[in-house]
Structures are given as C-alpha cells and as structure tokens.
Design a protein around this ligand. Structure first.
Ligand SMILES: Cc1cc2nc3c(=O)[nH]c(=O)nc-3n(C[C@H](O)[C@H](O)[C@H](O)COP(=O)(O)OP(=O)(O)OC[C@H]3O[C@@H](n4cnc5c(N)ncnc54)[C@H](O)[C@@H]3O)c2cc1C
Length: 400
C-alpha cells in the first residue's frame, strides 16, 4: 500500500494527509476525497473487520441526526443502518435523589427518531470500505513519528523511515494525540476522576427504543437500546468504585446494576464481559498550527453523559470540508493560515460551548446538599414542562 510519492520539485503530490483512521479521521478522509482533494489516510492499527456474525462491539455511540446526514452524504449510512443499528425515538432522564424526570420524544419534535445507537467498529469499518473506492490512499499500518512544515508543504516522517509530503496535515489521532503534542498545542480541562464501565446486558423488559439515563450521586448510568434487543450500559463511577464494580462477579454485577437502574427495565439477566474508560474534559487551546489542523477527540474530549463526542467530531469534519471547498473555489491555498483559522475558530467555539454545557450538567447532578438537590428537581420539572426550551435543547443535540 506504500504508493504515496514523496516530495517532487513541483510541490507536494497530495493535498491532504489525515492521520488517525478512527470514526472521525476515516470520515474526514472520505469527505475530503469526495470533495475532490487528493487525500491519504495514515493509521497505526488496521481496523477490525466488522461481521454480522460477531458479537457486538462493546463501544457504541449514539449518532445524532447531523452525523447521520453526513454519513448519508458520504454514501455509507444505508450500509450501516442495514447492518446493525438501533433507532431510538425517546429519551428518559431521571434523578435518583429527587425523582425529577425529563423526557425527550421525537414525535413531539416533529421527527421520526432522535438518533441511532451503533457500534464504533461498524461505523469505522463501513467508512474504510468506502475509502478505497473513493481513491483515498490508505497507509496502514503507518505510525507518524514527526512532521515539519515549510512554506509550501508539510512533510510527515513515518516510523518505517518513509516520508509523505502534503499541503495540509489533519490530526485525528485521538484524545492522546501525539501530533497535537508535536505541534506544541496545549490542552486544558479537567479529569473527572471517573471511569465509564461499559457492557451489553439482557434485561427482563424491552428497551422500547428508548435511551434511559439515571443520575446517581456517583455519576450517570445510561442504558442505550441495541439492535438485538439488549441494552448497552455506560455506567460512570468514581475511580475506586469503578474498580470495585469491575471486580464483581457477573451475578453480583447484575444485581448491583439492577438496583442502580432502579429496575426500570426489570431484572438484568445477562451481561457480556465489561470494559472501563477513564473520563475527562479536554480542549485543545487552538485547533490550528502552520499547515496543520486538529479534529475529533484530538481536539476535544467530553463527558459521555450527553453522548455527543463523536457527533462533535463529525461536525468538525463537515465544517472543515466546507471551509476547504470554499477556499479552493476562491482560488486560495487550502492550508493558508486565514483559511484554517476560520475552521478552527468556528469549531472551537461550538465545541467549547458544548463541552462546558455537559460539564455543568455533570456538576449540577453531583450536588448532594438537600436544598440544592430540591432546587435541581424543581428546575428539571419546570424544564420538562417548557416545550419551546426543550425543543431548542433537542434541536441543538440533533446538531441543527
Ligand atoms: C464510554 C464512552 C461512551 C461514549 N459514548 C458516545 C456516544 O454515545 N456518542 C458520541 O457521539 N460519542 C461517544 N463517545 C465518544 C466517542 O467514542 C469518541 O468521541 C470517538 O470514538 C473519537 O473518535 P476519533 O476518531 O476522534 O478518535 P479515535 O477513535 O481515538 O481514533 C484515533 C486513531 O488514531 C490512530 N493513531 C493515533 N496516533 C497515531 C499515529 N501517530 N500515527 C497513525 N495513527 C495514529 C489510532 O490508532 C486511532 O485509530 C463515548 C466515549 C466513551 C469513552
């Protein structure tokens, strides 16, 4: 697959290199290639082939309508939906401390559904399947060790000694982004000192195509509907408590999960093995450097309570594509500082707003003093009755 030519005297042979082939990087490479830019995708680890016979990937995401629209535009959504995706039309969120609940219902928003729950691996795999047909040059496995920017190009050095020269380097290399570090872009945020335990569980009652979320004093517990009738658990807990719950045998885990979920779906009958992910809020101080931009988790990592991480990343993709297409139409260098700054400013302010909104929600639900718990309950009950405000929240979460 090593077919990317290195430097030529007439400038770089390729317009764009995307580093990181997760859901966001693969979507970016496909979107930019479809928009007519010559594009390479460099990824350290080959994606795991998705197969309908395989057990569901433990990592799932709730895709908002804006993400579905982008994937549809890229020609991959129908394959994802037909493979294994669960639509959900309701969301029920309730507070373990005061019982206050809020409901979101697609029909009352004039829509058929609020989103789909899909496996990360399925989305990534379908995107990768389309990359080759779109002419994206895939280098995998390829680890980018270093890069250097010059006035007319940016040169990437790979671990195997090869180099690739392009006009623009896009880092979609995840929350730990080695490229962000190499570009000396600092981050800020906070460590939630929590872990999210994930597992797929069978429950006594049907999930009713509803995303259930209960806020407990220890953190939120979500039960997300899966295509095979089970539910995906995302249970955020303080570090020590997460370690304890992880060490329980299955029977004790099922029992504790049933209590934590208030038996809303009845008894929890069976579980897959569990995995745990550390949670943090992290925002890059800038999304841009010379001939270089960040997107996806490399730019922002948010608390999963709103299920928006990859949705924000896919909004970065759409914005970057539109910005680069507009620059090309105006005859500008796609990696000119003012072009990249336009993308960076827009997405960074939108992502910052959302990241801190989710953070505020996490903080408010962590209140435990009785007057504050009561005030929170009153606020949520009031919000649940304010249809116009609820509609604005739902429209924002949908990405419109
Ligand atoms: C428990 C949990 C629940 C979540 N639920 C939701 C949800 O419901 N909805 C939602 O929208 N989001 C959710 N998220 C967030 C979502 O999973 C992430 O935002 C998303 O996976 C990030 O994708 P990415 O492509 O930006 O990064 P990644 O998936 O991390 O991909 C980065 C890629 O870069 C590659 N890479 C790294 N360094 C290099 C290098 N030097 N050279 C080459 N390749 C490299 C890696 O191998 C990797 O494949 C959740 C997250 C967690 C932890």
């Amino acid at each position: 697959m090593r077919t990317v030519p290195a430097n030529s005297r007439r400038g770089p042979a390729l317009d764009i290199a995307v580093v990181g082939g997760g859901m966001v990087g693969a979507a970016a490479a496909l979107a930019l290639s479809r928009a007519g830019f010559s594009t390479a995708l460099l990824e350290a680890r080959p994606p795991t082939p998705w197969n309908a016979e395989n057990e569901l990937d433990l990592r799932v995401v709730g895709l908002a309508p804006s993400s579905i629209a982008l994937l549809d535009d890229l020609g991959v959504w129908t394959s994802i939906r037909n493979a294994r995706a669960c639509p959900y039309a309701h969301m029920h969120v309730w507070d373990a401390e005061n019982g206050a609940a809020i409901d979101f219902d697609a029909a009352s928003e004039g829509r058929d559904l609020l989103g789909y729950i899909v496996e990360n691996n399925l989305v990534q795999w379908m995107l990768w399947q389309s990359l080759e047909a779109s002419g994206v040059r895939r280098l995998c496995p390829a680890i980018v060790k270093d890069f250097e920017s010059r006035p007319d190009r940016i040169t990437l050095d790979l671990a195997d000694g090869e180099s690739v020269a392009v006009r623009l380097l896009i880092a979609a290399d995840g929350a730990g982004s080695p490229l962000r570090e190499r570009a000396s872009i600092a981050t800020h945020g906070r460590d939630y000192a929590q872990r999210a335990i994930v597992a797929h569980v069978a429950t006594e009652r049907v999930h009713a195509h509803t995303a259930w979320q209960r806020f407990l004093p220890t953190g939120p517990l979500a039960l997300l509907p899966l295509a095979d009738g089970r539910s995906s658990v995302v249970w955020s807990l303080p570090e020590a408590e997460a370690r304890r719950v992880q060490s329980l045998d299955d029977e004790a885990f099922l029992q504790e999960l049933g209590i934590a979920s208030d038996f809303r779906l009845g008894r929890i009958i069976a579980t897959t093995p569990r995995a745990a992910f550390p949670l943090k809020l992290q925002l890059a101080d800038t999304y841009q450097a010379e001939r270089f931009v960040l997107l996806g988790d490399a730019a922002h990592t948010v608390h999963p309570l709103a299920g928006q991480g990859v949705n924000l990343g896919l909004r970065d993709v759409a914005e970057l594509r539109d910005t680069l297409v507009a620059a090309r139409e105006q005859g500008r260098d796609i990696a000119a500082t003012h072009v990249l700054r336009r993308y960076a400013r827009r997405r960074r302010s939108a992502d910052t707003f959302d990241a801190y909104a989710f953070d505020t929600l996490a903080r408010v639900y962590a209140w435990q003093t009785p007057p504050l718990v009561a005030a929170r309950g009153l606020g949520v009950q009031l919000l649940n009755r304010l249809a116009p405000l609820k509609r604005r929240i739902a429209t924002h979460a949908a990405g419109f």
